[in-house]
Design a protein around this ligand. Structure first.
Ligand code: 13P
Ligand code: SF4
Length: 311
């Protein structure tokens, strides 16, 4: 990239030239969020990807999200600025082991969190996101046995909240796992009036202190409507950018990790996407998500069920 290139202007030019839509997750850097055509949670981004009439989707998120866009919109070119933008939940659930787990429990259906590979989606009956999981679970008969993967904390939260007995895959998100209960309690003591909003990927010892538990979009909505002027935010701290834009007169504090600040909770995978890489991905239409058609069709079944049941 020539020195002095105005990346923002070049991205805008290429977006028009390529008839591209830029979809961004709340965990992306503020500059990427600000130039995205749409910023949302996993469910909203999947819906946008399924509906768009753009020729190119530049997905500023992690690989499973870009793969989901390709599964739902196969005729589109889907680029991911950095193909190494993975997810610890996806890594925790190798398809061969998940297949063996399923086969060991033939009388269970497999409900899977969207944070998994296309192969695991193909092995699943229904996909859920954090914003749709409760609604979808409520539609599954009470006597139906369920395995839930790969996030044991989201699964545990759903089990406790809805009183459903599910067999859990032992995966975790390394970002939400890094919050410290001791440091959170210290922060709460400093701001006794401030509510806590937490993502359900957090361990139970964090979720138990939360006044609101929900997806990134849910947490953002809570920030807009909550009482008081200060909120403690127990999810990836880049979402605070969106909160400050929507509710500039309120104060948002990222929940701390063991070192007492929230920087250890930055998602290292999301952070791989940069303005430079976004520009290059639009210029070169690469790195591109490509998928075997048999796998895509198999994975689409469980995603389609999510979209039907969540609507
Ligand atoms: P949501 O945006 O759907 O809440 O998901 C959070 C997340 O961790 C994405 O990887
Ligand atoms: Fe995966 Fe956690 Fe990063 Fe989300 S925040 S992409 S769940 S590692």
């Amino acid at each position: 990239i020539p020195q002095g290139t105005d990346l923002r202007a070049e991205i805008d030019r290429l977006r028009k030239e390529r008839n591209a839509v830029i979809l961004g997750h709340y965990y992306q850097s503020p500059e990427i969020q600000d130039l995205s055509d749409f910023v949302g949670d996993s469910l909203e981004l999947s819906r946008k990807a399924a509906e768009t009439d753009a020729d190119v989707i530049a997905f500023c998120g992690v690989r499973f999200m870009a793969e989901t866009a390709k599964i739902l919109s196969p005729q589109k070119i889907v680029v991911l600025p950095d193909m190494d933008a993975g997810c610890s939940l996806e890594d925790s659930c190798p398809p061969a082991q998940f297949k063996a787990f399923r086969e060991a429990h033939p009388d269970h259906i497999a409900l899977s969190y969207i944070n998994c590979s296309a192969e695991v989606k193909a092995l699943s009956d229904i996909i859920v996101t954090s914003s749709s999981a409760e609604k979808i679970l409520a539609q599954i008969p009470k006597d139906q046995k369920i395995i839930f993967g790969p996030d044991k904390h989201l699964g545990g939260y759903l089990k406790r909240k809805l009183g459903r007995d599910m067999l859990l895959w032992p995966g975790v998100c390394i970002v939400h796992e890094a919050f410290s209960e001791t440091e959170l309690l210290k922060l709460k003591a400093q701001h006794p009036q401030a509510p806590v909003a937490a993502h359900p990927e957090c361990p139970p010892y964090i979720v138990d202190h939360a006044d609101y538990v929900g997806s990134t979009s849910g947490i953002l909505d809570f920030a807009k409507t909550m009482p008081g002027d200060t909120l403690i935010v127990a999810t990836e701290p880049h979402i605070i950018h969106q909160m400050q834009k929507s509710v500039p007169d309120k104060n948002f504090i990222g929940a701390p990790g063991a070192d007492g600040n929230c920087n250890c909770n930055i998602c290292p995978y999301m952070a791989l996407n940069t303005m430079e890489k976004l520009y290059l991905s639009l210029r070169d239409l690469s790195p591109r998500i490509e998928m075997d058609e048999t796998l895509r069709v198999a994975a689409k079944k469980s995603l389609d069920r999510m979209l039907e049941m969540a609507s």
